[in-house]
Design a protein around this ligand. Structure first.
Ligand code: PHB
Length: 395
């Protein structure tokens, strides 16, 4: 009886508060007026360092713009997605439903992005993709509230085939992790390499994130191709590079790849990485004041060298800061917000880029060679390359 009365009287008090507009939690929230920004990134596993680099980049860009978004202070949230696709929806909902974020920044892994994509499309929450290249995100499942600041999976490798053929490498074995990122990187490679007259001798693969490369390296040795081309990234890439050299292949069969192979791993891979040729939308040694200023500031702040993931994070921060400044922090007027984000030109360390209609960067792809632990620019492999955006219909 006592309990019931207590409940009733509390209920009455609650109704009273509501009718006089005194719902305290709501008042506290609207008064604070903070923008809630959630990171959904891998902080453990083979892509852990990618998640850290992205978060560093985002925070650095926003700090440089005064530490606010459209004049509003920021409240940060964080979820480790472990690069685990089966938990993608659940983890995205932690940020969207539980933490009620206004912006979800994530993620790295294409399979996990498919979970975020679903939650973003259903909830309408603003999603900035700072890495995951899965085609569907800016093609068949594109959405007005989803913007990618990185690349589509076939974008870097669409610039890979021609420079290989220019070097007379006519027969190539392809090797990758078998999931969307590897399969779609292969699409770009196949298209560009066969168009230039090359022959793909064999496609090899292993499940993500396995690093048992030995049997596949033995097979490569027996196939004796002119070159090997691949997609690997993060900790697994460092191991692939070392195992490739240890198997005695480094000086016999040149190793090429999309540039993720040599991003953030050059210390871990050591001399085994020297000479690897890749195509990518960034290079450490880009000789521009913008890149130099970025690299010095990042190294000073985080006591480590930036890589393409730091740049993609940084550009995500710039996009948010510029877009929200344009609408003065008002995220309520969605058409105005999306228009502002769509029309920004990002003055990136990689070079200036803009959004395609399907919300993917239109950008230059560089040809690079690892020299003295540095991704050195050899030239531009593709100018202002856009993803096709095939099948994208903005709702
Ligand atoms: C992806 O899964 O989309 C992915 C992951 C790591 C990379 C690039 C793409 O470096």
């Amino acid at each position: 009886m006592t309990t019931r009365r207590l409940v009733l009287s509390r209920g009455a008090a609650f109704v009273g508060a509501a009718s006089t507009g005194l719902l305290l939690p709501q008042i506290a929230r609207s008064q604070s007026n903070k923008i809630r920004v959630g990171f959904m990134l891998p902080y453990t596993g083979t892509f852990a360092q990618l998640g850290v680099a992205i978060e560093n980049g985002v925070r650095m860009a926003i700090a440089e713009k005064g530490g606010k978004l459209g004049g509003r202070e920021i409240e940060w949230f964080k979820v480790d997605d472990e690069s685990e696709p089966s938990k993608g929806v659940e983890n995205a909902n932690r940020l969207v439903q539980r933490d009620k974020v206004d912006v979800l920044i994530g993620t790295v892994h294409s399979g996990v992005q498919m979970g975020i994509q679903r939650v973003a499309r259903e909830s309408g929450v603003l999603n900035i993709i700072p890495n995951a290249g899965v085609h569907a995100a800016t093609r068949g499942l594109c959405a007005p509230n989803v913007f990618r600041t990185s690349f589509s999976n076939s974008q870097p490798t669409r610039a890979l085939g021609k420079p290989m053929m220019d070097k007379g490498l006519k027969r190539t074995v392809w090797i990758t992790w078998k999931y969307a990122a590897g399969d779609e990187a292969f699409e770009g490679f196949k298209e560009s390499y066969t168009a230039a007259g090359g022959t793909i001798v064999k496609e090899l693969g292993l499940p993500f994130p396995n690093v048992e490369f030995q049997a596949l390296l033995t097979e490569i040795a027996s196939l004796r191709p002119d070159a090997v081309a691949c997609f690997f990234a993060g900790g697994g890439a460092a191991k692939f590079i070392r195992d490739y050299a240890a198997a005695g292949l480094k000086d016999r069969i040149p190793l090429w790849g999309s540039g993720f192979l040599t991003e953030g791993v050059l210390d871990a891979a050591g001399p085994a990485a020297e000479g690897i040729m890749t195509t990518m939308h960034y290079a450490d040694s880009l000789d521009t004041p913008r890149n130099k200023q970025f690299r010095t500031a990042y190294a000073t702040q985080f006591k480590m060298q930036p890589d393409v993931y730091s740049v993609q994070g940084y550009d995500s921060g710039l996009l948010l800061a510029q877009g929200l400044a344009a609408v003065k922090g008002d995220m309520g007027n969605k058409p105005a917000l999306y228009k502002a984000l769509e029309t920004q030109v990002i003055d990136s360390p990689r070079g200036k880029w803009s959004m395609s209609k399907s919300h993917n960067p239109v950008q230059d792809i560089y040809l690079r060679r690892v020299e003295n632990k540095d991704n050195k620019v050899i030239g531009i492999a593709a100018k202002a390359l856009a993803d096709s955006g095939a099948g994208c219909r903005m709702a």
